[in-house]
Design a protein around this ligand. Sequence first.
Ligand code: GLA
Ligand code: ZN
Length: 676
Amino acid sequence: MKNYALGHPVNKLIHGCDYNPDQWLDRSDILSKDIEYMKKAGINEATLGVFSWSAYEPVEGEFHFEWLTEVMDRLYENGISTILATPSGARPIWMDQKYPEVMRVDGMGHRNRHGFRHNHCLSSEVFRDKVRIIDGKLAKIAGDHPGLIAWHISNEFGGECFCDLCKEKFRDYLRKRFNNDINLLNHEWWSSFWSAKYNDFSDIEPPYQNGQNALMALKLEWHRFTTYNYADYISVEIDTIREASQNKDIPITTNLMQRFYDIDYRELAKKIDFISWDSYPKFHNDLERYEDTMMESAFDHALLRCLKKDKPFFLMESAPAHVNWMDYNKLKRPHVHDQFSCQTVACGSDSIQYFQWRRSRGGAEQFHGAVMDHSGSTDTRVFRDVAYTGEVLGKLAEIEGTVKKNEAAVIFEWDCWWSIDVSGGFSRHTKKYDVTCMDHFKSLIPFGVEADVISVNDDFEDYKLIIAPMLFLIRPETIDKMKRFVENGGVLLATYMTGYVNENSLCYEGGFPGDGLKELFGIVNEEIDTLYPSDRNGISMDGKTLVVKDYAELIKPIDAEVIGTYTDDFYKDTAAITCKRYGNGKAYYQAARLLNEDMGDLVRKILNDAGIKIRDLLSGIEHHVRYGDDHIYEFYFNIGEEPAEVSDLDGTDMITGDTVNGSVTILPRRYLILKK
Ligand code: GLA
Ligand code: ZN
């Protein structure tokens, strides 16, 4: 059952860091200490070369890789592996000066000037060629180095380009998408309104901020095109690396980000061998409890892991201390680094890596926390925390390659996120598709239930319960899948804003939820009430009142059982939560948004119906499991503020080696990892 992120075991969990020695090439005193200190911190991997283009190729065609191979050799001799990044995240100045087309154009049509990072035109063939050259050389020089364990393509892809090259590519993309039929496009985009009709594909412009910005389907398709262009671009880098490397088996990844809006990550995931991502939770912010930040982190791990859900992922970056880019860059409190790192492993990661090893003296990230701070000392709180994590990961080594198996899933669709977002109406401030999916995921945690976060294209039959929050955009094939899932005994919960539009953002006719779903849920939605932030309604269910905020649909039951009704306003006593038995399963419809703390009663019902074992945990305890061939690894985290007792335990404490039987009290910010 084990499955390895790198395709083979390395017999440890990776404990690594972004290492940027190119900042210190004239400081042998610094470089000579780095490896000694890395070993002291239990670091066994270093990610090299992110943004090193100007160190490799300071002027066009003049290459310097000596420093890189020297560093890789020294790391390897000291038992530290390398993940090698391609340097395409930031461009050297000569390129922008000589080939301005490589610089991105913004949504107002203005070309960027040289500088910053992550701002190339990915359609530019000049840029692609320059990338092919540098990546090819890198792969030839370092691609079969014995210390190399993975390739890391570029860095945190994101953003859009509105240049003429991208515009032409967008038009070609649309020609294919609409069979070269402009009338079809006009029909699907409803362009007869506001005189928005096109005569030819060559008329179409991207949705410039000061241009055609009122066609929902154009904006939706632009998001899809942007994804398509990233996927197309990453293939250039991947193909170059594969072709030029002697060792073709080194797995390839790219570092993804938290709930990232610009790109449908599922398309990028198809191109890479394993998932890695960069997690920077805003611990201790003044808007939410620590507990919420941790549960959100669990959601983010699940979303990213499930891009390739049958294998572990890597945490490519995290902050050993604080960052420099938040509004308030607060220190991590004691035990937080340790707990967050173990939660990451519990959620399916086989690595804990940091940005970065040593703080920069100047430049863009001068005051960003690092393992080594400006003092140059290892006698610091952060260094000790990191070294302790190294020890803990050492004790957890056998968890490498173990997998997750969940019976519940929450659907999360980029397409749906974009389409809710680009459509007008409702509220500008409270649609919050991503947060809503996360809230439904979090609602399962107090019951000891972990969920996968999946796409409508994933296999539904793997699950007993599927929650589909705000599935606004829905395709006929998804409707069929949902019906089959429930017919075969599954429990499905859908919410307000389900099935409003088709894949081109055209509203379904005949009432929502669209085609076929009325039959599944046994309801029809007549109107949706968008509430002001201070407005509240209620739902009366089983003698209790649950508090409603933001959205309340006015629905009419057709043949569903009403299990909750509104308590207030002109739609008082009408249906708010319904359930319909359909085949062997049940389809629930929750017509309004509930306060998070009021979601539990409905969740308990659907878990019971689905036959998923409820493990009533004290609030503040988060539970995760990883499955190996012979053992199960259970993780309990106290993310609350009070000591919490967990009972029914049985196994070996992997940190202390003690046998555990019965109950254990876990202190806030601490955890228990049991091997069974
Ligand atoms: C991102 C980038 C890194 C660094 C960190 C800082 O994750 O990939 O290069 O800028 O942010 O938090
Ligand atoms: Zn462009």
